[in-house]
Design a protein around this ligand. Sequence first.
Ligand SMILES: C[S@@+](CC[C@H](N)C(=O)[O-])C[C@H]1O[C@@H](n2cnc3c(N)ncnc32)[C@H](O)[C@@H]1O
Length: 310
Amino acid sequence: MKAKLSEVKTDPCGKVSEYLKFLINKGGPEPRDYEKFTSIINNLKPEEVDSFREEITCVLNENTLIGHGFVKPYGYPGDFTLIDKIYQFSFNEDVTYMNWDLFFQNQPGANAVRNRKDFFIEYCNKLVSEKKDAKVLILGSGPASDVYDFLSSQMGDNSIIFDLIDFDQAAIDFSMKKNERFNGQVSYHRINALRFNSYKLYDLIWSAGLFDYFKDKHFTFLIRKYFNCLEDEGEMVISNFSTKNPTRRLMEVLSDWYLNLRTESDLYRIASDAGIDKELVSVEKEPLGINLFLKIKKTKIQDCTGRSGK
Ligand SMILES: C[S@@+](CC[C@H](N)C(=O)[O-])C[C@H]1O[C@@H](n2cnc3c(N)ncnc32)[C@H](O)[C@@H]1O
């Protein structure tokens, strides 16, 4: 049943629908409105969500970042254009929409996405300091802004290579254009990560913003599959948004964007279900604790099932 929003009070002296009109008239919430707007969304009952979206329908379109998520022009939420815009902290400069975008960009979830790029760059810096010709495989590479920023920061004394996998040709085209000047160091494969077969072994297999879309059984399957593509001493690093993501409800209500959020213990359990010894597994997080990183290291003594045979 769809509940009429106008019956819901924002506070003793205001109704939600009037408050939303007020926000729309001034181009979206300003920082002083964030707490109240977020609290309204966090307290919406499931049956009120449709009415809420109707009230803000004039901004739930491609003019805003929340609307881009809602409309899903590429058929799925979190596409390469949206992710790249998060990395660039870009926003619509038209005052009709600007505050909506600034609101989105200032959410902890968006900050956590930017933090995961920093995590990646730090990781790759460490990798090339240990092995100049490291090979990296990226699953669900999207815009590959992370690869671009890392390679742009390098002085040319390494020959690290990146193989990028994405099932969206538009994402591949975008990342290829972006990384044009690193031709030879970056290769592109348009294929579903579930189906890709590699003849190479990698020092790092990285995936951010992909496994949150998979059910546990696909997650487990992919760990098993890609573990066999690691070099001895190679590592797999998989990001997953935490159940503690404070932006969860905003993403769901405003952008119809649902993720399989996981806890640290979920990640340890999944690795264990994939047959990986627990001493090879660790979980790290970026500073906000929203993006968790499951890390699985392959050591020389393991067999291809991931077991160390102890
Ligand atoms: C949220 S984006 C993350 C992009 C990038 N890893 C980052 O963190 O900036 C997810 C990407 O995964 C791709 N993708 C989703 N499911 C996939 C699958 N099964 N196989 C390959 N790519 C997939 C999408 O096309 C999209 O480009």
